[in-house]
Design a protein around this ligand. Sequence first.
Ligand SMILES: *Cc1c(COP(=O)(O)O)cnc(C)c1O
Length: 385
Amino acid sequence: MDSLPIPPVARDRLLFTPGPLTTSLSVKQAMLHDAGSWHHEFNAVVQWIRERLLAIAGVSRDTGWECVLLQGSGTFGVEAVFATCVPPAGEVVVLANGAYGERAAQMLAQARINHRVLRTPEDLPAQPAALEAALVANPAITHVFAVHCETTSGILNPIADLGRVARAYGKSFIVDAMSSFGGMPLDLEASGADHLVSSANKCLEGVPGFCFVLCRREKLLASAGWARSLSLDLLAQLKGFERNGQFRFTPPTHALLAFAQALRELEQEGGVPARAARYRRNHDTLLDGMRALGLLPYLNPAFQSHIITAFPFPPAPGFAFDTFYRDLCDRGFIIYPGKLTRVDTFRIGTIGRLFPTDIEQLVHAVSRVLPTLDRRAKTREAHGA
Ligand SMILES: *Cc1c(COP(=O)(O)O)cnc(C)c1O
């Protein structure tokens, strides 16, 4: 039998990516069970997770919020909100300054939902004043969509200011907080969001398999009859949980068991403030180390999150991303390619089960690999290649 193309490494490489990301051994071990998706013990875990997620956001069912878990990656959650909550004649304005804003626009086009896109350059946050002007000029708009941390660059968009504008004009506000939820403090009530989407495998440090949407109950109940999809129908999914505590279709049981452990570990760490402080230390360690190597981040620090950082390719003539990536990989570190449209960058995520000492080791590896890239390129030149 052919062997699987997975290299035999004694220890997993560290993932400096925005998800899937490095998880703790105990989170991985929590998956070593086959849970029955009908069984009351498993349903109790699901119920506990839904309540914990609301608590992490500082809200509860008593204050009018619901947490709906949904199979699939984060993209499925964003698409589910559009498919469920935008009325047939609704219109969405998408604030875009990176790939995830653009992906939302693509979903809306695919679902033939009226929308317009309000773009800012990839290195500038979304502008509340521009949103206000769009809402004044286009009263047919029913929904505003924004990305909290646009993972393309790591830029933070001013969610609370955008939410204030959306509320002032009576619009529903949908927030993609995929890469930020749990990794930085967020006041959900104050953010003005009606629907907030995130997933298991980002700052909550679970494994991939499902996403979740925190919704104002009244907004979700008001969407009865609008769903454009069966499997992505969030209201039906909520009703399923209310009816028998179950997912409507096969749940990712192992990922849910891992997630319950990941939430316990978040609590043990000291909750979101402590986790945010660790990610901030990771980020600061990264920036200090890279600066010493002459590598400066792409973004203005005023807009930069501590989630992920984009670095323009160094001007060294010998720099080739593929070689850089492979050499770091050989040393046990997985970084992330760039996604910006106008500048060549690579990205380094500082979330997941990573600590400042891991970042120091990565920076050390970068310091060893960079000069060899240049040397090898010079050798190639000397040989006329
Ligand atoms: C990760 C991410 C998503 C979802 O991506 P998936 O690959 O579907 O998990 C959406 N928005 C942002 C900002 C993200 O970082």
